[in-house]
Write a protein that binds this ligand. Structure first.
Ligand SMILES: CC(C)(COP(=O)(O)OP(=O)(O)OC[C@H]1O[C@@H](n2cnc3c(N)ncnc32)[C@H](O)[C@@H]1OP(=O)(O)O)[C@@H](O)C(=O)NCCC(=O)NCCS
Length: 141
């Protein structure tokens, strides 16, 4: 089962390393301290298989009733084994438990099919973020 972890903790640093590996390095990018400091008000989740961190995700509260899902990363050699779905399902339950009525996210176009399988709808046209085409996707509860 996933864990809610504390911003700034050792576990959080581990998730940043995984995010860096999966989401940034291949783009020649990295996280800067200001960006990470700005995540203090977000909720951070980690999923382990035994002791190994396999996936992580961030929930950022927006307006009342709406949360943004960010930074979903599954360890490269462990993708397509159900870890991403498990983590998203858990985060959705967490958000609903806090009165959230919808989740919005910016999906890489390459991940669109994954989110569609989990019930997210696409809104509008593609746009560029971190140099890659993205789509706004939303799920209402
Ligand atoms: C995209 C990602 C989060 C999916 O997590 P995962 O653990 O690999 O996916 P799961 O095994 O939980 O897959 C759930 C379902 O989605 C499908 N799926 C997984 N990745 C997919 C993709 N990129 N496109 C289409 N379908 C996908 C799986 O085949 C599975 O389908 P099934 O129910 O018919 O078997 C993960 O592959 C990843 O971290 N990718 C690289 C980083 C990334 O793109 N992050 C998202 C940024 S918005």
């Amino acid at each position: 089962m996933p864990d809610l972890i504390e911003h700034g903790s050792g576990e959080y640093e581990e998730t940043v390393a995984l995010r860096d590996e999966v989401l940034r390095k291949s783009l020649g990018l990295s996280y800067d301290p200001t960006e990470l400091a700005g995540e203090k008000e977000s909720f951070h989740f980690a999923l382990r298989d035994g002791v190994q961190l396999v996936a992580c995700l961030v929930l950022k509260p927006l307006d009342e009733g709406c949360i943004k899902m960010r930074q979903l990363a599954v360890r490269e050699n462990l993708q397509c084994k159900g870890f991403g779905r498990e983590l998203v399902n858990y985060a959705e339950s967490f958000a609903q438990g806090r009165g959230c009525e919808e989740i919005v996210l910016h999906a890489r176009e390459t991940a669109r099919g994954f989110y569609e399988k989990l019930g997210y709808d696409t809104e509008g046209d593609s746009f560029t973020e971190v140099g890659l085409p993205h789509l706004v996707m939303r799920k209402k509860f």
